[in-house]
Design a protein around this ligand. Structure first.
Ligand code: ADP
Ligand code: MG
Length: 293
């Protein structure tokens, strides 16, 4: 291959807002046959809009939100940013959390004003336990919609369920189509979210496979399995995706929020907060290989 052509491709990509870490990334991109996408914050916008708060009968919505947002100050998840912003907009005074343990891709636990606060997915917060009556009806609502849920427990008891709208990105369908057009034969979703939420998104995008309830370690395993069959690209946004990005033939980090773990682990960084450049990166890589060979 002619290195000069690849250097040209790297600079062409840069003008399109795509940072390639060297010409090796561009060469590898041209071989990609399988594309794996994270869901939350990658295929979707990551839950910026709060639709509903359901709280236990003895709790106040603003108080639960205040404790949740206080805890989320310690997280770098897309949802955490949204939650803190929403609480500030409601003029709630946040407290400093302590003893925080983040379970990447699942949620986090810590102390706020001496109270233990757990926030995140239902398994993390409740284990396998049943839902109390008030939560049962909250769970049933929005079943058909694209939503993200954050369960909040205070001192070990479920206190609130926060439902966020999690719309699919406008350019998702176009991006999937463009990837198929450049020869990507298998498109897969890999998410830490539950299968109901995952199926809704993958069905409308016509994915070839869906892997739900994945931990960061599980994401790495799936990437390795796919990579054994074909050169595989992993596209993700969050810190929880960093190990999976590193394990892929090519890791693509979306919407770089400067110096994040995911952009460090990635071979390709999309600087804008959109999906379409992912397909553009492959187009540039393939065109460049055409010139180089
Ligand atoms: P994906 O793998 O699709 O990007 P995530 O792993 O980011 O999904 O999130 C999966 C679920 O974990 C979310 O729907 C949410 O319930 C929970 N979660 C993860 N991180 C947090 C957090 N910082 N605060 C609250 N909930 C979280
Ligand atoms: Mg994500």
């Amino acid at each position: 291959a002619a290195p000069v052509a690849f250097i040209g491709g790297v600079s062409r990509a840069a003008r399109a807002g795509i940072l390639m870490k060297g010409s090796a990334a561009l060469e590898a991109l041209a071989q990609i046959r399988t594309a794996i996408f994270d869901k939350t914050g990658t295929l979707t916008l990551g839950g910026a809009e709060l639709i509903e708060i359901d709280v236990a009968p003895d709790r106040q919505a603003d108080e639960v939100l205040r404790l949740l947002a206080s805890l989320e100050q310690a997280s770098h998840h897309v949802l955490a940013d949204s939650i803190v912003r929403i609480a500030r907009r409601r003029k709630l005074t946040l407290s400093q959390p302590c003893d925080v343990r983040e379970h990447r891709g699942e949620g986090l636990k810590g102390l706020v004003n001496g109270m233990s606060v757990a926030a995140g997915s239902r398994p993390l917060v409740l284990g396998g336990g049943p839902l109390p009556g008030w939560a049962e009806s909250a769970e049933k609502r929005h079943r058909s919609a694209q939503v993200l849920r954050v369960f909040v427990a205070l001192d070990g008891r479920l206190a609130g369920i926060f439902t966020f709208g999690d719309a699919i990105r406008e350019d998702a369908i176009e991006t999937v189509g463009a990837l198929r057009a450049v020869g990507v034969t298998r498109i897969v979703m890999l998410t830490g979210d539950d299968s109901a939420a995952a199926e809704k998104v993958s069905a409308s995008l016509k994915f070839d496979a869906v892997f739900a309830d994945a931990t960061p370690a599980g994401k790495v395993e799936t990437v390795k399995v796919e990579k054994a069959t074909a050169p595989t690209m992993m596209v993700g946004d969050g810190i929880n995706d960093a190990p999976a990005l590193a394990a892929a033939t090519v890791g693509v980090a979306l919407g770089a929020r400067g110096g994040t773990a995911s952009s460090e682990a990635a071979d390709v960084v999309v600087l804008t907060d959109s999906l379409q450049p992912v397909a553009e990166a492959l187009r540039i890589a393939m065109r460049t290989r055409g010139i180089a060979l």
